[in-house]
Write a protein that binds this ligand. Structure first.
Ligand SMILES: N[C@@H](CCC(=O)N[C@@H](CS)C(=O)NCC(=O)O)C(=O)O
Length: 224
């Protein structure tokens, strides 16, 4: 039986896992979890993934959460079923990707996903200064990202796309749901995002973003 991957496609780490899977022949079944309806807290899911977050994965008697753990598990279990550059067997190339992955949660997700959280998932709107402060945090982090991870190379690990880019691009674009497009004033970052879309193929990329774009549209309309 193939692994089941539990996702809500409005979620950045879920889209990163799906991007990797879509560029592989790793056998899998996708099962949808609606986070906005609270499916992640229902016993069917929380008994498998007690962290009650998506993505999740079940493979036989193993069930885990955390996008990075899921990607690493699938890459290790199916090494011949994805183009090597996604998570190279070569130690040095893999180390470059692992360097970004280790940076990712604090360095990118905390500021960027934090902004989405502070705008969309608070009971009362926060004062403008709190939002400005978070936007500043995002910009400081994106400065580091541009300077350290994509200063001389088209992708994080060099000339080819990898799981690091899948994780990064999904955080970079996620703030669009709440009206913040950080690629607007950052040509280097915009080129990077466009390069990933081209490399994946615009059809696949847009398909992965479809539910998120629809959600962004609904949020925008609800504010008018
Ligand atoms: N570090 C986790 C983050 C998972 C996460 O925060 N998922 C969010 C969606 S983006 C979630 O499931 N939220 C539901 C909740 O907190 O109730 C990963 O990379 O998988």
């Amino acid at each position: 039986m193939e692994p089941t991957i539990y996702v809500d496609m409005r979620s950045q780490p879920c889209r990163a896992v799906v991007m990797f899977l879509s560029c592989s022949t790793i056998p899998h079944i996708i099962s949808k979890v609606d986070v906005l309806k609270g499916d992640q807290k229902k016993p069917e899911y929380s008994s498998l993934c007690p962290l009650m977050k998506v993505p999740g994965m079940k493979d036989g008697s193993l069930s885990i959460s955390e996008s990075v753990a899921i990607i690493r598990y699938l890459a290790a279990k199916f090494p011949d079923k994805y183009p090597d550059h996604w998570y190279p067997a070569d130690l040095s190339r893999r180390a470059k990707i692992d360097e970004y992955i280790s940076f990712h949660h604090q360095g990118m997700r905390e500021p960027l996903s934090g902004l989405v959280e502070k705008i969309l998932f608070v009971p009362e709107p926060l004062p403008k200064e709190r939002i400005d402060e978070q936007v500043k945090f995002c910009n400081v982090s994106l400065d580091v990202f541009e300077r350290v991870f994509i200063s001389n190379t088209p992708f994080i690990s060099g000339d080819e796309i990898s799981v690091a880019d899948a994780l990064a691009v999904n955080e970079i674009l996620d703030t669009n749901v709440c009206g913040y497009d950080f690629t607007k004033d950052r040509p280097k970052l915009k080129e990077y995002v466009d390069r990933i879309r081209t490399r994946l193929g615009p059809d696949l990329f847009d398909q992965i973003y479809e539910e998120s774009k629809q959600w962004a549209k609904e949020i925008k309309e609800s504010k008018q």
